[in-house]
Design a protein. Structure first.
Lengths: 88, 266
């Protein structure tokens, strides 16, 4: 209850932070022309393709766009399943 | 003399492009520079009223481009600064009356006459913007600390980069330090973090700007105006001078000083 109150208070009291967070995401998608849905579909296909060659941990796989100045980088973190786990 | 072409643009309308153009033109002229301001918003002429030169228009940009007059005939000399000129937009035509190559040609001619050519771009990303961008040596993007203006500014910055006219420099207009302090407005640092281009000016919210345009006397002419001071600082930075950022918490500063006096501090 207290947490909820704090969150409401924070939101109404600092709309500038909310604006900055929202803009951060919007600008990434504007610049890359990649919507959140497109990124999700890219991730699914990436997992499917890589799985043809090596066994990966799909649940732990992350794909995101990092921003450095006006440059965007697509970062994929794809944990491989260890051979031992595979055998068991 | 080789003039520098400055393009003032924003994407979104109503953020202060025309105000910035008029004020930077006047500020540079007040520093002894020879300046031509060009209104490239064909069909929606505005720079003339903001500069207070609306009654002196005979020829306009389209007349020059279509060779109905000589270039000098379309250059309206300012009443206050004899080294400041305006080339107004045509009111009865549309953006297709001028091509980017026309603007390049026009600015080539002007470069040997003046130090600065300041082009007021129309809002949007279409022909009018392309016209204003084509001859540019330095693009200044005007934005407000507000979500839609920042988003459009980012789009414009991307287009400027794609045309190899970057890096653009940023003017943050209508910043209200009190609202920033309360957390209700993006700070200048927030906007710079998001857009990631060099900052050249922060213009604080100042009601003197509205009063000035009512009179057709750009705000740089009123010495007491903080927005006017901020525009003068931008013009000095354009000339390569290092100018410290204005203390936008001025009111708080005065209160602090007074309270220090009363508490016996220095």
């Amino acid at each position: 209850m207290l947490k909820l109150f704090e969150r409401l208070f924070e939101k109404s009291n600092n709309s500038a932070n909310h604006a900055k967070e929202r803009l951060h995401l919007v600008l990434i998608h504007d610049r890359t022309d990649l919507s959140p849905e497109a990124l999700k579909s890219l991730k699914d296909r990436l997992i499917a393709v890589i799985s043809e060659y090596v066994e990966i941990d799909a649940a732990q796989t992350e794909i995101q766009i990092e921003v450095e100045g006006r440059e965007q980088t697509l970062i994929a973190n794809i944990p491989l399943k260890s051979p031992r786990k595979r055998r068991s | 003399m080789i003039g520098i072409v400055i393009t003032i643009t924003s994407g979104k309308g109503g953020v202060g492009k025309t105000t910035a153009t008029a004020n930077l033109g006047m500020a540079l002229a007040s520093l002894g520079q020879r300046v031509v301001c060009i209104d490239s918003d064909i069909g929606l002429r505005n720079l003339d009223v903001v500069m207070g030169l609306e009654n002196r228009i005979v020829y306009d940009l389209v007349d020059v481009v279509e060779a109905r007059c000589r270039l000098k005939q379309a250059m309206i000399r300012d009443k206050r600064f004899p080294t400041l000129y305006l080339i107004p937009a045509a009111q009865s035509r549309d953006k297709t009356a001028v091509a980017p190559s026309d603007m390049v040609h026009l600015c080539q001619q002007l470069k040997s006459e003046v130090d600065w050519i300041i082009i007021d771009s129309p809002a949007g990303i279409e022909r009018g913007f392309r016209n204003a961008l084509a001859p540019s040596d330095q693009v200044l993007v005007v934005t407000n600390p507000e979500v839609s203006a920042v988003r459009d500014a980012d789009r414009i910055i991307g287009l400027v980069e794609a045309e190899e006219k970057g890096p653009a420099k940023l003017i943050i207009n209508r910043l209200d330090p009190e609202k920033v302090r309360k957390g209700d407005m993006l700070s200048a640092q927030d906007v710079v973090d998001l857009l990631a281009i060099p900052l050249i000016g922060i213009i604080p919210e100042d009601e003197a700007v509205l009063v000035s345009s009512n009179h057709g006397q750009p705000v740089v002419l009123s010495e007491k105006s903080i927005a006017g001071q901020a525009f003068i600082n931008v013009s000095k930075r354009l000339m390569g001078e290092k100018v410290p950022w204005l203390d936008l918490d001025g009111k708080k500063g005065i209160l602090n000083r007074i309270s220090k006096i009363f508490s016996g501090g220095s």
